[in-house]
Design a protein around this ligand. Structure first.
Ligand code: HEC
Length: 170
């Protein structure tokens, strides 16, 4: 869902400068559906917004080696796997596998941000494959798992209840 509220309120501020007698505002240009579709990529925790397509963890392993490892080998970056069961210890080891409550967020994060500065976004099948690979590296899905818009939201992450418990204590 793309939020255009900010633009709408901007229009409100400018209206006394740029409106005709009928009140129409002459700022901005109409946005066509294809332009919106290209930026409307968010995926919610329950999986709304996941695109068609699927990807296998084994293919994800090859993609990871080619597109991700050069940065993520670095100990400076957050580890992408491991740490499951460590959240009660000091220090906790927070990774995608140990800490993130929703598997769908892995898809969302990779699709929107990884690899940083890529000229073209990864196709959905590659993002599913990479998501499956990261989940497999965390022992959450089998090494040859294939994920799609139906299966990904059904994955129960180890820390799925961790944030609810924090909320309840408030
Ligand atoms: C150019 C270096 C670079 C490349 C290539 C890269 N990443 Fe990243 N990645 C980063 C950095 C830097 C961060 C941390 C960003 C932050 O925390 O603000 C990050 C964070 C992440 C995270 C979130 C980790 C967390 O716990 O917060 C995931 C998931 C991820 N990358 C997946 C990938 C995948 C999959 C690929 C390959 C398609 C990839 N990255 C390629 C630099 C890179």
């Amino acid at each position: 869902m793309v939020v255009l509220g900010a633009l709408a309120s901007l229009g409100g501020c400018a209206s006394h400068h740029a409106s005709d007698s009928a009140g129409a505002r002459h700022i901005g240009t109409p946005v066509d559906a294809a332009t919106i579709a290209a930026i409307d990529i968010d995926v919610t925790p329950d999986g709304v917004g996941l695109p068609a397509g699927s990807g296998n963890a084994k293919h994800g392993a090859a993609l990871y080696e080619a597109r991700c490892m050069q940065c993520h080998e670095s100990p400076v970056l957050p580890a992408l796997w491991g740490g499951i069961g460590s959240l009660g210890r000091i220090p906790p080891e927070k990774t995608v596998g140990s800490y993130w409550p929703h598997a769908t967020t892995i898809y969302d994060y990779i699709a929107r941000a990884m690899p940083p500065g890529a000229a073209t976004p990864l196709p959905a099948s590659d993002v599913y494959a990479l998501t499956a690979y990261l989940l497999a590296q965390n022992g959450i899905v089998p090494r040859d798992a294939t994920l799609d818009a139906r299966s990904l939201p059904r994955i129960a992450m180890p820390n799925r209840d961790g944030f609810d418990r924090i909320d309840e204590k408030r």
